[in-house]
Every structure is written in C-alpha cells, then in structure tokens.
Design a protein around this ligand. Structure first.
Ligand code: ZN
Length: 101
C-alpha cells in the first residue's frame, strides 16, 4: 500500500478512485469516515486519502491523477449570482445553477 494523494473533498478522491479502477488499478480510500479522532490532529491530516493497493501500480496511478489534475483546474470559484463557493470540478453553481462565467 502506498499513499497516492489526498484532497479536501471526498468527491475528488472518489473521482480519482473511479479513474484508477477504469485502468484496472485497485485503490483504497482512507479517512473516509471522519470521526472521534479529528480534534487531536490538524484538520489537513484528516483529509480523505487515496492509497494504491499494489505498489507496482503506483507510478502509473500517479501519472493518471496528475494528468487529470492538469486537465481540469480544481480551484474553487465563487458564484457571481448568489455568492456561493463552488468546487473547481463544477461548471455550474450547485446552489442556483448559474454557470461559472
Ligand atoms: Zn450561485
């Protein structure tokens, strides 16, 4: 088991996991269920993490994730219409459905 990456959103981690699964790479999500230990560690360490099951898949898995990250910038954006903050993976506001531009 090797840690691939972590993200502040389980949606992102799940997206990566599905991506790897499509390539036949098995991975596991850690910190999926944030619970009682959270207050003892910095919150960044409680982000969901993606671990590759087979170390031999690590390099390929990392390449896949890196290519996806560069394809779709994941910087959060603020809706001009309602002011709601949205994740970078969304093209429309989740709250009012206004588009990003
Ligand atoms: Zn909005």
């Amino acid at each position: 088991m090797k840690k691939l990456t972590s993200a502040d959103s389980l949606i992102t981690i799940n997206h990566y996991k599905n991506l790897l699964a499509a390539e036949g790479i098995r991975s596991e999500i850690r910190n999926e269920f944030l619970g009682a230990v959270v207050w003892e560690i910095p919150w960044v360490e409680a982000w969901p993490e993606l671990w590759v099951v087979n170390d031999l898949d690590f390099d390929r898995a990392m390449q896949l994730i890196t290519s996806v990250e560069s394809e779709s910038p994941s910087a959060p954006w603020r809706c001009k219409k309602c002011g709601e903050e949205n994740g970078g993976q969304f093209a429309v506001c989740w709250k009012c459905s206004a588009s990003v531009d």
